[in-house]
Design a protein around this ligand. Structure first.
Ligand SMILES: [Zn+2]
Length: 250
């Protein structure tokens, strides 16, 4: 009798465990936004919160932010989002400027963001690229470095291995552009989400302004919500860059 009760309890616990683990959401997407579109990002705060999606917002020209925009960014941080650095003046790194780049573009930007009260450990390269020398220097300031690509081959984005990254103390990864002008279908995105979950990796995405204009380098709230719905369908959550690395700079 006692052993059958024990077996029954074990079975019940197993069932509860299965139900909980089947329903658990795992983070497999890093959604990032670039430049200084703070007002447009903040306007979609409820959309992010409704789906419990955390994102990383990479700021360029931090010295041009208004006090109101700084307060909006602080609210976004309180919601669980991350603020990253996208350079002081959005200068493209080249072999010509790489030796001055840290002094000119990185240190002052980090100082301003720090003065505002933000802890910054992630960097998105302006125009999506850096040189090997600069890559090596950036590791002194950041634990996550994000490049940028787009669907150059006009195919399934899941076929770009460079836009998937793993949990690690340091990440230097590419990312796929999903702005309106990149014309990535929701089926294409869903296929890429499924691959991230199946391979236990993070799919890295980037966009710019969130609005309805359908202009280049914008993403509509409707498209974003469709993405969030697909993520919810597959029980996939959004991770910040710092969430992937732990945010410890060597
Ligand atoms: Zn940019």
């Amino acid at each position: 009798m006692r052993s059958s009760i024990f077996s029954l309890c074990t079975l019940c616990m197993l069932c509860v465990f299965c139900i909980l683990s089947c329903k658990r959401t795992e983070n497999h997407v890093i959604i990032t936004f670039d430049d200084a579109n703070v007002d447009e990002w903040f306007a979609q705060r409820e959309l992010f919160n409704n789906y419990n999606i955390k994102a990383t917002f990479f700021i360029t020209c931090p010295h041009k932010l208004t006090n109101e925009q700084i307060e909006k960014l602080k609210i976004l941080v309180n919601d669980g989002h991350e603020i990253g650095c996208h350079g002081l003046n959005h200068v493209k790194a080249t072999e010509e400027n790489q030796y001055q780049y840290i002094e000119a573009e990185i240190i002052p930007a980090l100082m301003i963001l720090s003065d505002y009260g933000f802890t910054v450990t992630s960097f998105a390269c302006p125009f999506g690229s850096a040189t090997p020398y600069l890559d090596s220097m950036l590791t002194n300031y950041f634990s996550f470095i994000r490049k940028a690509t787009y669907n150059i081959r006009d195919t399934l984005i899941s076929t770009y291995p460079e836009i998937y990254t793993h949990k690690a103390q340091f990440c230097n990864t590419n990312a796929m552009g999903i702005d309106y002008n990149y014309n990535i279908s929701m089926d294409n995105l869903e296929d890429a989400l499924i691959k991230a979950k199946q391979t236990n990796t993070f799919l890295v995405l980037y966009a710019h302004v969130i609005d309805d204009s359908n202009e280049d380098y914008t993403i509509s709230p409707q498209y974003l919500e469709e993405l969030f719905k697909k993520m919810k369908k597959h029980r996939i959550g959004g991770e910040t860059c710092r969430g992937v690395t732990g945010g410890i700079v060597k």
